[in-house]
Design a protein around this ligand. Structure first.
Ligand SMILES: [Fe+2]
Length: 512
């Protein structure tokens, strides 16, 4: 599978609980000239490129007899450990005072039919005073985990989900999400599971793995998508953890919606042609080991961006058509006068049976500019060479005009999803910096933690990323100064046991 195309598509797909087949050999795009915009409006953001020579060739060994998600650093770790006063190489910034925690798919059974079908396991590292105080990894005690059921025992919903995609901190609660069903609450002190969390009965459907906290209000905006109507619901959770708003949104069919965005005044959805198929779902439930996909690529239904007022009603949503594509993750969005700007990690297709392997198409970094007055969308290609995915940004700029996004690079590999370096993309100048951790080392999702609350520059902070070295089979938590990503880590915390690549993490400040 080609770097920037299928591998990252699979990474992204891991955030949705989907089955998948063998990797494809879809080639990486070789042009450095961006395709023309899909609208008549002028390109407003300069495209960028990174010389391909900055990406080292793969050195990852591969065993063809073992599924790729059960080997190398995708393989689960089976021990729950406690470690204290971990070794730090370099100088850990003393202002990093809090818990870094990340979720992952970690099957305790050797017959796991896909990377996405593992039970949720969180890895937590408590930092403070320039030290790495403790590390713990713990399974999320979901219904499937406690029953040793694996994935697919009936339609996932409620507490019957593996809660293996993300973790977030809001309303004084640390919550994991598997996108399908309820979140699970954890104790931040020891990562033990409190239980499924339905917001005091207010949540009936599913809850996204990518909620957004409005930095101005502290409100958490979220959504859930379902297999049955309502296919989409919009939620607001107040800073005290109370769900105050539930708005069903009418869609013509169930589509997989992994992420969304907010601005100061808008909610932004994208409805794309990855469509739920009931017959396939039945086949899947009857035989979860088959890896049958309940969602299929059906581009005839098109793609569209939906914009509605923040805290608004479904009747106020306006839809804007774009070319068929799929987007798992977005970097950020903001309002600019009549325009809503959305930066996304775009895939030309997903699970398209006509592409090799039937997984994903080409990946690229795009900017959608929706003119809500003229009713047009400008679709600018910002990067096609190692465009990156699994993005992060300054949490103080969520939904606000911003400059920097931080992404995970990807390397060419025909056998597995090979992560690469860390990318700092400047959305104002169109330039980017890359840190390549070395031919045998692989970074993961960069999490941005602000350095100083009075310094509002959106690269004034630290990037936290677990990095695995295939040569030693060891992991470190790398800490980079976001103002100088290319310089590499200022500190690395040596982990007691390796940390599988996993998906999404968060930061819990000690004073929160
Ligand atoms: Fe995700």
């Amino acid at each position: 599978m080609g770097a920037g195309s299928l591998p990252m598509a699979a990474v992204l797909a891991a955030c949705a609980e989907e089955g998948a087949g063998a990797p494809s050999s879809t080639p990486m795009p070789t042009t450095t000239t961006p395709p023309p915009s899909t609208s008549a409006a002028a390109t407003t953001v300069p495209p960028t490129t990174v010389p391909p020579t900055t990406v080292p060739p793969t050195t990852v060994p591969f065993d063809p007899a073992t599924p790729w998600w059960l080997q190398g650093n995708y393989a689960p770790v089976l021990q729950e450990v406690d470690a204290f006063d971990l070794t730090v190489i370099g100088a850990l910034p003393p202002e990093l005072d809090g818990l870094y925690v990340k979720n992952s798919s970690n099957p305790p059974r050797s017959d796991s039919p896909h990377w996405f079908f593992g039970d949720g396991m969180v890895h937590g590292l408590q930092l403070g005073g320039g030290a790495a105080q403790w590390y713990r990894n713990r399974y999320v005690h979901t219904v499937p985990y406690l029953g040793n059921l694996g994935f697919g025992q009936g339609a996932p919903s409620g507490a019957n989900n593996q809660s293996n995609v993300s973790v977030f901190w809001h309303g004084g609660r640390l919550l994991t999400s598997g996108e399908v069903g309820f979140p699970f609450e954890l104790q931040p002190g020891d990562l033990s599971t409190v239980g499924a969390h339905d917001f005091a009965g207010a949540l009936a459907g599913s809850f996204t793995a990518h909620p957004k906290i409005d930095p101005a209000t502290g409100r958490l905006h979220a959504f859930g998508y379902g297999f049955t109507p309502p296919f989409l619901e919009y939620y607001i959770v107040e800073p005290d953890g109370t769900m105050s708003h539930r708005e069903p949104i009418d869609l013509p069919r169930s589509t997989m919606i992994h992420d969304f965005q907010i601005t100061e005044t808008d909610v932004v959805f994208w409805d794309m042609p990855l469509v739920f198929d009931l017959q396939l779902a039945i086949e899947y439930i009857n035989d979860p080991s088959s890896g049958v996909l309940p969602y299929q690529w059906q581009p005839q239904f098109g793609s569209r961006i939906g914009i509605m007022p923040l805290a608004g009603g479904a009747a106020q949503i306006r839809w804007f058509d774009i070319d068929p594509c799929y987007v798992f993750h977005s970097v950020n969005a903001f309002r600019r006068g009549p325009e809503v700007v959305v930066d996304v990690c775009r895939l030309s297709s997903m699970f398209d049976p006509s592409t090799a392997g039937g997984l994903g198409g080409e990946s690229s970094l795009h900017r959608w500019t929706v003119d809500t007055v003229a009713g047009t969308v400008t679709d600018d290609v910002l990067e096609t060479v190692d465009p990156g995915d699994l993005p992060g940004r300054d949490p103080r700029r969520v939904g606000r005009d911003y400059r920097y996004g931080f992404l995970t690079g990807n390397r060419e590999n025909a056998h597995t999803v090979e992560l690469g370096g860390l990318i700092k993309h400047d959305f104002v100048s169109g330039t980017r910096e890359v840190w390549e951790p070395g031919p045998t080392r692989h970074a993961t999702e960069p999490l941005f933690v602000p350095t100083d609350p009075t310094d509002l520059a959106d690269d004034a902070g630290w990037l936290l990323s677990f990095v695995h070295d295939d040569a030693t089979d060891q992991s470190v938590l790398a800490v980079l100064d976001a103002t100088d990503v290319a310089a590499g880590p200022v500190a690395e915390v040596v982990m007691l046991q390796r940390v599988p690549y996993g998906f999404h993490g968060t930061w819990v400040p000690s004073d929160s």
